[in-house]
Write a protein that binds this ligand. Sequence first.
Ligand SMILES: [Zn+2]
Length: 176
Amino acid sequence: MTDKATSDKQIMYRDARTTGKYDDIWQSTGKCVFCDLRDKYVIYEENGVVLTIVLFAYIDGHCMIIPRRHVRSVKELTPVEWETMRKMMYIAKKMIREIYGIKGMQIVQKDGAEAQSTVDHLHFHCIPFDEPDLNVWNYRQLKNTPIENTELYRSKITDIEKLAKRFSRKYQDESR
Ligand SMILES: [Zn+2]
């Protein structure tokens, strides 16, 4: 690619979220983009976990933490991968402050098929948080009071305890 074409493409990525181009581009990619991460955007890697720049960023400095393995949920991470992701969150927050002068960071991870509309390869967005307007929450009208919601969860305590045991059995085997 010529330098001109390269820089045009970079500008297209930069502006895609605000021009609406992002939606067209996303439909046209057939494979898993996170299995095929491009090295030129990788910031740091350790233990099969990558800190990378986001191609279609919400804000300058927006990065992502992605395991190399195609897993869909945190429960599938090995203890080493999870510990490395925790380290990456620390690094991302420190560097966002260092480079962009922004002290806050919002971590976003979508779980479940309904939420993972674009890609189901586990990824954590690390989004510099300067002003709350960037990610607006549309709060719902609640049916329940806080104590009612607590009671709903607590009424299922037997199920919760079963899940806790099952998690330990299935996902906390250190030999994985
Ligand atoms: Zn993948």
